[in-house]
Ligand binder design. Structure first.
Ligand code: ZN
Ligand code: ZN
Ligand code: ZN
Length: 503
């Protein structure tokens, strides 16, 4: 029995995880066989990962579509095209992408043009297309009646979308090894590079949380208020397409700039030093590439969400340059992956388009198992909640993998001491300079052994701050901040402030 036959057998027996594994092995051997992709798509639908089914169904379809269009095909090819087209539509609809689902069916109708195909009732499929369009129309009307308040949107969108919130995929063994005493030793090494001897990485647990342990930062001695605990430079930075900023550090390049010396590359840096660092980290993998197709997708997105796709792109470039799986990048291995369903509802399927473009640009074959779609989406989920410094005002974003280790408290004992956060905390006007490095300082005296917390909502998401004129203040522990913590970071805050306000 070959892998496909083994997969089929498991599928018929309802052993979908086994089927997924067999089809995946088959894809590594014969990636050009559309049947494997189409069958794995159906398996992902059964396993309730429609976002992964979309990628496989699209791949199956694109492998066979040309044959049908050119007219040189057999009945089995036509049946397979219909099957994968149907699966693509179902998967899209299960991701709440009803318009895309309807369009996928329309595309299929155009190519096949009601030719008789075994197992296909065109009348039924057309009714399904109409149902998708209707659902899309209803959703659009509902959303447009809600206005732009992010919090009302999240509440209402949460009610209409079926797509579940996601963390790690169950077969992701790296996620199971993410938070262990061995892994904390390697994270400790990363921390020591940028901090003094006042703090260390520790495994901590939170009352009433299903997850047993998480990383946290703990004081190793008594710390005086105002002490700088660490100073981290971003691991990677991104900016909205078209901005004249250094590709490595985000500094403005309007006065001083250094162009990549390669003749076919137009990337700009602020200095030779930044170019060298970018070259070492990721630029070799993308030097001279035209990124317009990526920027086109990013520009369709709401600003900060598009930026996080660009962060994923840079992480993939690093992995390509190191010739490893992106999940094995030492600097970000420890990040917690989370994606709330409402974010997926608004942006998720664009992320799939972005995946196909990114793979093309980096010249990675779609069957290279180190860069599979689930790995891409896991990286996406790691970066979304952890690149909390996405700044909607400067349209820049940074990833600080070590600052991400601090846990949240609504009345924290430490804080960012960069200029922007300081102004926010003091309620002063601040200038729109992208943050180039970020210090964390003790906000009060901290006792040896205490966990050190920062406030995730301060200076990270402007929608939970109250803006008066050009000054900004935190609104403390409110329903809105708790909602932000749940939908962006995936936890219900149980800190002492939230505890006392909910009682
Ligand atoms: Zn620079
Ligand atoms: Zn270059
Ligand atoms: Zn709280």
């Amino acid at each position: 029995m070959n892998y496909r036959e083994k997969g089929n057998k498991a599928f018929v027996n309802g052993e979908f995880e086994t089927a997924r594994q067999e089809y995946t092995k088959g894809i590594e051997v014969t990636p050009e066989d559309p049947r494997l992709w189409s069958n794995r798509a159906q398996t992902f639908i059964k396993l309730e990962y429609p976002e992964l089914a979309v990628v496989d169904a699209v791949t199956a379809r694109s492998l066979i579509e040309q044959k049908i269009i050119s007219g040189e095909y057999e009945d089995a090819d036509l049946a397979l095209l219909c099957k994968s087209g149907w699966r693509e539509a179902v998967a899209l609809a299960n991701c709440d992408g009803f318009e895309l689902a309807a369009r996928a069916l329309e595309r299929l109708f155009q190519i096949v043009n009601r030719r008789p195909v075994a197992g296909v009732d065109w009348n039924v499929w057309e009714r399904e297309r109409d149902r998708y369009f209707k659902k899309h129309y209803q959703d659009t009307m509902l959303l447009s009646s809600l206005g732009s308040d992010r919090h009302i949107l999240i509440e209402q969108v949460g009610k209409i979308c079926k797509f579940p919130s996601r963390g790690a995929y169950p077969w992701d063994f790296r996620s199971q090894e993410r938070c262990t005493s061995e892994s904390s030793a390697s994270v400790q090494k990363l921390l020591e590079k940028i901090s003094g001897k006042n703090i260390e990485v520790s495994l901590v647990s939170f009352p009433g949380v299903s997850q047993t342990q998480e990383f946290g930062i703990v004081a190793t001695k008594n710390i005086k208020r105002g002490t700088i605990l660490l100073d981290e430079k971003p691991f990677i930075s991104v900016r909205a397409p078209g901005q004249l900023r250094c590709d490595f550090c985000n500094k403005s390049t309007s006065s001083k700039r250094f162009s990549c010396p390669k003749a076919d590359c137009s990337e700009i840096f602020c200095s030779h030093d930044c170019f060298d660092k970018a070259w070492e980290l990721y630029h070799r993998a993308i030097c001279g590439k035209n990124l317009d197709s990526l920027y086109e997708i990013v520009n369709k997105e709401s600003k900060s969400s598009g930026n996080s796709l660009l962060l994923v792109f840079k992480i993939f470039a690093i992995a390509k340059q190191r010739n490893i799986c992106p999940l094995d990048i030492e600097e970000i291995k420890h990040l917690f992956p989370f994606q709330h369903s409402t974010a997926w509802f608004q942006h998720g399927l664009m992320a799939i388009d972005f995946y196909f473009e990114l793979m093309k640009l980096l010249e990675i074959p779609v069957f290279d198992s180190r860069y599979e779609p689930w790995i891409y989406l896991t990286i996406y989920r790691k970066l979304k909640p952890n690149s909390t410094f996405l700044n909607p005002l400067t349209l820049t974003g940074q990833l600080y993998p070590i600052i991400s280790l601090f846990n949240h408290h609504c009345d924290p004992n430490a804080r960012c001491s960069d200029d922007v956060s300081k102004s926010i905390q003091r309620g002063e006007p601040f200038s729109l300079v992208p943050i180039l490095s970020t210090r964390i300082e003790a906000a009060r005296n901290i006792k040896k052994g205490d966990q050190v917390f920062i406030n995730y909502t301060l200076g990270h998401d402007f929608s939970v701050l109250s803006v008066v004129g050009n000054t900004v203040k935190s609104s403390g522990s409110t329903k809105k901040t708790r909602q932000l913590l749940e939908t962006t970071y995936g936890f219900r805050c149980k800190c002492s402030v939230c505890d006392s306000s909910s009682n």
